[in-house]
Design a protein around this ligand. Structure first.
Ligand code: PAF
Length: 258
């Protein structure tokens, strides 16, 4: 496996692979890899012939007062994990290498980004779509792999690919959870043991919704209300939003169908 930090070297490595007729896979990450990331890399290795894993904590997608500085980083450990899995390249550029000193061009998807996480994190998705566009241009992958944990991110990126006719297919893969149900996330590192336990309220609220739907409830507001009450019963939980939406356009649903 090659550890590459320059865009020029990355282009060279990918061009060589493409000339050899290889199908290119890209797994964009911000590092501090967990089993969720590893499941994306494993699938990329299965579905393509040359796999690039990017590791870049993208300052553009963090708002003022968010955790850009604290975001966990461990390139040495990450590179070892990627190498063990058998991917071909880790691309880990510096911020200067990625954006230079005069970056002034952005990619923004409208319509899907104003609500849900976009409402509490203004500018976040503009940062994501800009960096992912740059990675798509640098690597020109046939397939790019993302986790369904960030469901809105997946919907936004699929829309970007469709609207801009980008020649890449987005593959979204299932959430990987701890045994007790907590979704794996690099940010779980921030939780102390009490918060770690309290965080399970999210998974349990989804299980509650699943149970209600299984029992035949179809009124989204009734399900949503019970989820809100359940989450609010956990003193450490603070709700940004609970919404029941259509998976493609993220529009709120009144009645569940299908
Ligand atoms: O999901 C993430 O880790 C990031 O948002 C991504 C897609 C790597 C862009 O920085």
């Amino acid at each position: 496996m090659e550890l590459i930090t320059s865009k020029q070297e990355l282009r060279k490595a990918v061009n060589r692979a493409r000339q050899e007729g290889k199908k290119i896979g890209l797994v964009p990450t911000m590092g501090y890899l967990h089993r969720g990331h590893l499941s994306l890399i494993e699938r990329a290795i299965k579905d393509t012939d040359f796999v690039v894993v990017s590791i870049f904590v993208n300052p553009l997608q963090f708002g003022a007062g968010e955790d850009y500085e604290e975001y966990p980083r461990d390139l040495r450990r990450d590179s070892k994990l990627v190498e063990e899995l058998g991917a071909d390249v880790v691309f880990a550029p510096s911020v200067e290498e990625m954006y230079g000193s005069d970056h002034g061009t952005y990619v923004e998807v409208f319509g899907l980004t104003e609500r849900l996480c976009g409402a509490s994190r203004p500018g976040h998705f503009k940062g994501v779509t800009t960096v992912v566009s740059k990675l798509f241009n640098l690597v020109q992958p046939d397939l790019a792999f993302f986790g369904q944990k960030d469901a809105q991110q997946v919907a936004v990126l699929k829309k970007m690919v469709k609207d801009l006719d980008l020649p890449v297919e987005i593959i979204a893969l299932p959430i990987v959870r701890e045994e007790d149900g907590l979704a794996l996330s690099s940010r779980n590192k921030y939780l102390n043991s009490k918060e770690r336990e309290a965080a399970l309220v999210l998974f349990k609220s989804l299980q509650l919704a699943e149970k209600l739907i299984g029992e035949g409830e179809r009124q989204a507001e009734k399900i949503r209300r019970q989820m809100v009450d359940f989450i609010n019963s956990e003193p450490l939980a603070n709700i940004d939003y609970v919404e029941i939406c259509s998976v493609d356009d993220l529009k709120p649903l009144k009645v569940l169908k299908g």
